[in-house]
Design a protein around this ligand. Sequence first.
Ligand SMILES: [Zn+2]
Length: 397
Amino acid sequence: MELNGLSDLLGISNPWVLMDIKTQPKNKVIDVFIDFERGSKFPCSVCGKQTAVYDSSYKRIRYLDLFDYRCYLNIKTPRLDCNKDGVKVAHVDKWSRKSSHYSLKFEALSIRLCKEMSMKAVSVELGEPDNNLWRVFNYYVNIKIKNSLDLQSVKRVCVDETATKRGHNYVSIFTDYDTGTVIYVVEGRKKEVFSMFYGWLWDHGGHPGEIELFSMDMSKSYQAGKREYFASAQVVFDRFHIKKGLNEAINTVRKNEVQTVDELKKTKYIWLKNEKNLTENQKNTLEEFLVDCSLDTVKAFQLKSGFDHLWKVQSLAIEPLMESWIEKALRLNLKPINRFVKSVKNNMNGIMNAIKTGITNAVSEGLNSVMQLARSRARGFRNIDNFCNMIYFLGNH
Ligand SMILES: [Zn+2]
């Protein structure tokens, strides 16, 4: 191979010289040897002074493939004898980071692939152990995303929780409502996550006292954390979570009634799904049920449209409408519904805020897919930090 041409392709210039290329056709490997010119001086890694070379050894790093050959650069790396700092390895950062055995371009490629496939698949594609690739990935996320977050204008925050796998470890995710970007991911879903978010804000130019509101689910621990660390911020309960409570109550009513009414078997989703998402068959079944208003399930179901309506009315009308909805609900005298009403009353402030502001965690509808994607991208992730970093990565574009 013509060495000069390859020199240009690899961006090799003074004091570096392309010395040799060795190919192993059987293993499909190319080794490129890069030396520095004799008599070159390099800056001491401690004091920066141009210093003569003491001795040297090759550092081998994986480069981008050359045709279908795996390509390695073997870079002659000098140790310098500084009269102040003694003998130290020089930092040669032209092709790779100090501690990495991959070239910068190879690292960038592995990160790009993470946008498209799981880390396991990236590992197979590149033929490198996933542990090493996670290390590169985490370095990148720390430097490019986490350390460079500027949170000074964050005012409204959505908090969500997700499990690494069904029922496994939980992480809490803080999103900037106004930009839709993930700004903090932390293990756990206890109130302490708010104390940690408080510190995180400080560390990234944010002002905890200027956070105006949190949109979140009705979990006691989130509420306690908010009260303790962000006393002046408003709470907005996420509409999806509020409605989920009503759906669960309706489903419990149905489950109780199924004991005596056979036709209610296997009808769970008819009552829970949005009507527009029902199949033709399901719609017909629902209509048949609705003709007979004596079923508890039907009565409970009919509370739904009134509850949804609250989100559509002028703000002055909301409170009286809420009161009459509650009366109507309590008149049914069904235990699961009564329990739901009780939780509405206990959380009235945050529910009213949700209705009046129209704010929901649905900015995070994007987030839902991010979380799902994170679970599949991080499949086989070896620790929860990898999972958290995958959420930062996918939630920051
Ligand atoms: Zn020195």
